[in-house]
Design a protein around this ligand. Structure first.
Ligand SMILES: Cc1cc2nc3c(=O)[nH]c(=O)nc-3n(C[C@H](O)[C@H](O)[C@H](O)COP(=O)(O)OP(=O)(O)OC[C@H]3O[C@@H](n4cnc5c(N)ncnc54)[C@H](O)[C@@H]3O)c2cc1C
Length: 501
């Protein structure tokens, strides 16, 4: 990745960031000229006069938390001038009109859990924080849908839906908001059975850069009327419009669940077993892999679910459906696991035991963060490949990382051919920084050689922008730029992300 330098903000946090000069040189070649600081301050005042005093914050901690994330691969040193907190679509439209008038970058902000520098602010501007738009507007039980504002948190939504027997089956970071989830086309462990966010969007209300408000569709669960604008805005990472309302499909909560875990002698054996389960038609709700290093880290932090784990590559499997169907699926999975050298197959339909069995998977990221030595950072990134290539790419990526002498772990949504590699490095040691970048770029190149993608679920943001053209080719990138220009001619929405001007 070109143009990175070590930076620091605050007194104690050292992190890796684009410096201002390098930002301008490396990602700003053709970018339009944005407003200067006094103009941005004038516009913030104009917005404050209409929306009210507390709709705008310039508090240093707020500016920091809205543009920097410890979980991100790609932080920049620039900060927004202000955080704007609207409560209605009309207010978002008004903000967009003012920003267009003064040429101020607008960076939509959900919960800030994305990890590829998505909400960083390389050109400063306003962070538009949608978290005050947190109303569940309607739940249509009969129609199995819900209309929500973008600031609704998915865990809260599912809590509210409990009495209806319905739920939204996506599970990214527990902090994530619906608007951010749509904008990143997120997924999570349930994606294997339920697909990704794009499959759960019925319609969107979107504010364009110039303040125009549009609605993509009405409320039927299917339609073939016109272009699929849901598909355009879902996954657009805040670069094409600001999502201010979402109608979501809901799924029926299955009557029974089961969880199983089983350890394997190698990652290759585990992925072969995973593929056999899928190809064998076993009804699986989730299929996750944690490698030997990740399992060791879990034990280093005291274990989970009241036990220490076997430090071998381990599959975490979820089942759902009728009691009989879950039991049958567990038997089939057990048989396949054994055939591939799986040991310690433990399964349960009991809620408490299921929670304990799944606990190691749930704690994975926090466990890595808690064992990292002082001064080191985690570079956590993902790729996805066709299922049959998964074993190979995981093994090769682990070997590459170990050759560089860096600590790395693998965690895979293996049911989708998607895996995450987390590499620990010290941002103050240039060889380690070069090493981690090389490691990630090699993983991305391997994924592309296997007809895969540079990101299965985390998205592009700043961190993966340099590899998008490798995946899609110049013609597709040009079409994307044409679309971007037609919706956002002044390149004001989340500039510097996904595409350069
Ligand atoms: C512990 C942890 C676990 C995670 N697990 C997963 C996982 O399993 N699967 C997965 O897919 N991701 C995962 N993620 C990543 C992250 O949770 C998802 O990308 C999530 O969808 C981001 O939602 P957010 O509300 O935090 O959005 P933010 O991070 O605030 O924003 C993400 C992007 O969306 C844009 N945006 C936000 N709101 C809007 C809006 N209303 N309109 C237009 N654009 C908007 C922003 O500009 C930014 O580009 C994980 C992250 C963490 C920290």
């Amino acid at each position: 990745m070109a143009g990175l330098a070590v930076g620091a903000v605050g007194t104690s946090v050292a992190y890796y960031s684009w410096s201002d000069t390098e930002t301008k040189q490396s990602i700003g070649k053709n970018m339009p000229k944005y407003a200067d600081k006094p103009t941005m301050l004038k516009a913030a005042k104009e917005i404050q006069d209409v929306l009210g005093e507390d709709a705008v914050s310039m508090d240093a901690d707020d500016l920091e938390s809205h543009s920097y994330s410890e979980a991100s691969t790609s932080n920049v040193s620039a900060r927004p001038i202000a955080i704007i907190m609207p409560t209605t679509t009309e207010q978002v439209s008004l903000i967009a009109k003012i920003c267009t008038k003064y040429k101020i970058p607008m960076i939509p902000f959900g919960a800030g859990s994305s990890v590829e520098g998505h909400f960083s602010t390389p050109y400063s501007g306003f962070s538009i924080d949608l978290s005050r738009m947190d109303k569940i507007i309607a739940i249509h039980e009969e129609d199995m849908d819900a209309v929500v504002q973008p600031g609704v948190n998915w865990v809260n939504l599912n809590d509210t839906l409990k009495s209806t027997g319905l739920f939204l089956p996506l599970d990214p970071s527990p902090t994530a908001h619906i608007g951010g989830m749509v904008a990143t086309n997120c997924s999570g462990t349930n994606a294997m059975r339920y697909g990704t966010m794009k499959d759960w969007v019925i319609n969107l209300t979107v504010v364009l850069a110039d303040g125009t408000v549009l609605k993509t569709r009405r409320r039927p669960r299917k339609t073939s009327a016109g272009y699929n604008l849901n598909g355009l805005f879902t996954g657009s990472e805040g670069t094409l419009g600001i999502i201010t309302e979402v109608t979501l499909k809901l799924a029926i909560v299955p009557s029974h669940f089961g969880v199983a875990t089983t350890a394997f002698p190698s990652v290759a054996a585990a992925t072969r077993a995973a593929t056999s389960m899928i190809r064998g038609g076993v009804a699986l709700a989730a299929l996750e892999l944690m490698d030997d290093v990740q399992m060791r880290v879990i034990n280093q932090t005291g274990g989970t679910g009241g036990k220490m784990w076997s430090e071998k590559p381990t599959l975490f499997i979820k089942f759902s459906g009728s009691e009989r169907a879950v039991e049958d699926s567990i038997s089939a999975a057990r048989e396949i696991a054994h055939a591939h050298g799986g040991s310690r197959f433990v399964a349960s339909l009991d809620e408490k035991t299921m929670t304990a069995l799944w606990s190691a998977r749930k704690q994975a990221l926090w466990a890595i963060l808690s064992v990292r030595p002082e001064g080191t950072q985690i570079w956590s990134t993902d790729v996805a490949v066709p299922l049959s290539n998964l074993g190979d790419i995981v093994e090769q990526s682990k070997t590459d990382a170990s050759k560089l002498g860096l600590f790395s772990t693998v965690l895979g949504h293996v049911g989708d051919g998607n895996f995450h590699q987390a590499v620990m490095y010290n941002p103050d040691i240039p060889e380690q920084v070069d090493g981690v970048k090389k490691c990630v770029d090699t993983m991305v190149d391997r994924a592309l050689e296997m007809d895969g993608t540079v990101s299965g679920e985390h998205g592009i943001g700043l961190g993966k922008k340099h590899c998008l053209e490798k995946e899609l080719g110049p013609v597709t990138i040009d079409v994307m730029k044409t679309l971007k220009r037609s919706l956002d001619p002044h390149w004001l929405l989340n500039p510097g992300k996904i595409l350069d001007a």
